[in-house]
Design a protein around this ligand. Structure first.
Ligand code: APR
Ligand code: PHB
Length: 392
């Protein structure tokens, strides 16, 4: 089959689905092409902490009702270390803004529902997706159910994640990539237990830990682990005892443990691809950048990319203006590099590295003590964590 649309979108994760929805609200047509099944996309357990800007985008796009019912606002995030009590990076006090704990899975469900309600065109289980003539009149080809298909469009949005095909379509002579891998992973579990009340990052000589949540009876916990570890080496008992060993005592005593309903290990990586535009191909989300999860920026960066891109396509189709299209890559990358730096800094501050000296550890503990004592240091972290304003 052949179709014609204005924006061809590769990938039905948060970036692709939100872009399709925002374009629909601005009267711009799109077709989303997804490699896996809708069920596979919805089965992914991913991020869960939303910047204030992300919350505003979702509410303005009519996607806030369930988030405001089931999500949990947070006046900031807590940090604990070396067995001391936690201190709060109070984003409400320093910026007047709050974070929201609301899972990416729920956001993706809400996005699919919104696209379905609007008659959105989403093609899943597309095989061999390929992008063509991205510097001219672009088109996308793929196979589905054994038949070839083609989508002709004015623009292509590559929202197909780190392992997608879009970034690979940009010639090596044009693309520049920047990457840093970290010598440890995160072991994450989900449990149907009342969560620790704060989103709390923990630094300990045994390693990093994080308490987060997805609902009043759905907790999300992480511990730093070796890259060579496997899930089988971390039965629930070991996880809970190690998590508690890394927390301050009063925090450990308040953790409600229970059987894990999901358990997985993920490596940590910093990655940026430049430029985020090549001809009529625009990259957004994980297709263009990856951050270590320490700063909770991955999903939020996908949202800001897509907000910039939707504004750009709307200006092009509504008024024939290309200013936002022409400045998209530079504008998005300014926010991306800021989030990369914050995530890199928090990852270095809060984790234990294999080759660290006692001096290195004391530097971290002093940095944390300065952060605990200085409202200026806290204000700086708070404005970056809650999310800087989008550029006009
Ligand atoms: N063709 C079509 N779809 C593809 C292809 C391809 N060749 N390759 C990958 N995809 C799909 C994936 O199956 C996935 O559904 O693109 C989608 C990309 O979604 P994400 O990886 O979730 O990336 P993004 O939408 O940018 O969202 C970023 O998701 O991975 C988390 O931590 C990340 O929270 C961040 C958010
Ligand atoms: C999560 O809730 O999954 C989460 C929270 C904070 C992070 C990373 C992940 O920095």
């Amino acid at each position: 089959m052949q179709w014609r649309t204005q924006v061809g979108i590769v990938g039905a994760g948060p970036a692709g689905l939100l872009l399709s929805h925002l374009l629909h609200l601005r009267g711009v047509e799109s077709i989303v092409v997804e490699r896996t099944s809708r069920a596979h996309v919805l089965a992914r357990i991913r991020a869960g902490v939303l910047e204030a800007g992300t919350v505003a985008v979702l509410r303005e796009a009519g996607l806030g009702d369930r988030m405001d019912r089931e999500g949990k606002p947070h006046e900031g995030v807590a940090i604990a270390w070396a067995g001391r009590g936690r201190f709060l990076i109070d984003t409400r006090r320093f910026t007047g803004k709050e974070m929201m704990a609301y899972g990416q899975t729920a956001i993706t469900e809400d996005l699919f529902a919104a696209r379905d309600a609007a008659g959105g065109h989403i093609i899943d289980e597309a095989e061999g997706v390929a992008l063509h003539r991205v510097t001219g009149a672009p088109f996308i080809t793929f196979d589905k159910e054994g038949a070839p298909h083609r989508i002709d469009c004015d623009f292509i949005a590559g929202c197909d994640g780190f392992h997608g095909v879009s970034r690979q379509t940009i010639p090596a002579a044009v693309l520049r990539t920047f990457e840093k891998s970290y010598p440890f992973g995160w072991l994450g579990i989900m449990s149907e237990t009342p969560p620790y009340p704060d989103i709390c990052y923990v630094h300990h000589r045994r390693g990093f830990a994080l308490a987060s949540q997805r609902g009043p009876n759905l907790s999300r916990y992480y511990v730093q682990c070796d890259l060579s570890d496997t899930v089988d080496q971390w039965p629930d008992d070991r996880f809970w005892s190690e998590f508690k060993a890394r927390c301050p005592q009063e925090m450990a005593q308040s953790i409600v443990t229970g059987p894990s309903i999901e358990k997985s290990i993920a490596p940590l990586r910093s990655f940026v691809a430049e430029p985020m535009r090549h001809g009529n191909l625009f990259l957004a989300g994980d297709a263009a950048h990856i951050v270590p999860p320490t700063g909770a920026k991955g999903l939020n960066l996908a949202v800001s990319d897509v907000w910039y891109l939707a504004r750009a396509f709307a200006a092009r189709y509504e008024r024939g203006e290309t200013h936002y299209l022409d400045s998209y890559s530079e504008m998005a990358l300014r926010r991306v590099w800021g989030a990369e730096r914050l995530s890199w800094w928090l990852t270095n501050l809060l984790h234990r590295f294999p080759d660290e000296s006692e001096f290195d550890e004391r530097m971290k503990e002093d940095q944390l003590e300065y952060l605990r004592c200085s409202p200026h240091a806290q204000a700086s972290l708070a404005e970056q964590y809650v999310g800087l304003p989008f550029e006009s």
